[in-house]
Design a protein around this ligand. Sequence first.
Ligand SMILES: Nc1nc2c(ncn2[C@@H]2O[C@H](COP(=O)(O)OP(=O)(O)OP(=O)(O)O)[C@@H](O)[C@H]2O)c(=O)[nH]1
Length: 282
Amino acid sequence: MTIQWFPGHMAKAKREVQEKLKLVDFVMELVDARAPHSSQNPLLHDILQNKPKMIILMKKDLADDYQTEKWLRYFTHKHIPAVAINVNHKPDIQKVIEQAKLLGQQKINIMQQRGIQTRPARAMIIGIPNVGKSTLINRLANKKIAKTGDRPGITKHQTWIKVKNDFELLDTPGILWPKFEEQIVGYRLAAIGTIKDNLLSLQDIAAFVITYLQNHYPALIKQRYGIEPNMDDMWEVFQKIGKKQGALESGGHINFDRVAEIVLNDLRTGRIGKITFEQVKE
Ligand SMILES: Nc1nc2c(ncn2[C@@H]2O[C@H](COP(=O)(O)OP(=O)(O)OP(=O)(O)O)[C@@H](O)[C@H]2O)c(=O)[nH]1
């Protein structure tokens, strides 16, 4: 399986991020706590060059807390400040602000050392689609932001959001597409709902999820669907879930697509439990 985004779109997105980067002092890179590595775009490393960044692991309410702690330690070990958040939890938003303030202060210190008049530090949010960029911008702004300047014919101008008195944030995020270097990256991102469900077969994604849960979270899948780790016949597994969840079509046959939808929906809403699809490589 190779998933290819439209190369034209990707090049344009990269250019836009590069343009915006010129305006900011540091970057907040959003990744998904359920797949922190797969949801990064390696391109960012090249275009960021020496600009400071912090990492925000989003959707920690859906991720395995133990793995999230390990990921935080991993980033700290690499000297990248990182915080894990649930965007709907106010103290977590405060954690983001505190960390951003520290990065901003570095810039202000440099301005002071050079004897130039200081101004608030400026930041932007970057991340792959659906990672939570707009939601976080809204939370940091503490209000719903009216998007302006996106319509054709309107001169684009950058609007800055004042985050308390601590720093300024670009009101539009930078989008970078995920990069599928390995097939499994595509499946992880499909599982967490980052890429559209019609890009890979729904049943394949659900089968990937079930196998992963059997291997890593056997108690959770048993609890939800009564599936044992040694049940390796996927046809049987789908039958079992389908019967249990009433995913039947006329004639009493199991509707396999419906089973896949149920599993993915249960996963993405956290009904199966808190799950992380990617472990830190020791
Ligand atoms: N459970 C949970 N959901 C979140 C969190 N952050 C964002 N979301 C949800 O993730 C979905 C995507 O959020 P958006 O803010 O639209 O993501 P985006 O990165 O701006 O998406 P694009 O516009 O596609 O680039 C929404 O349904 C949010 O409610 C979080 O911390 N926890």
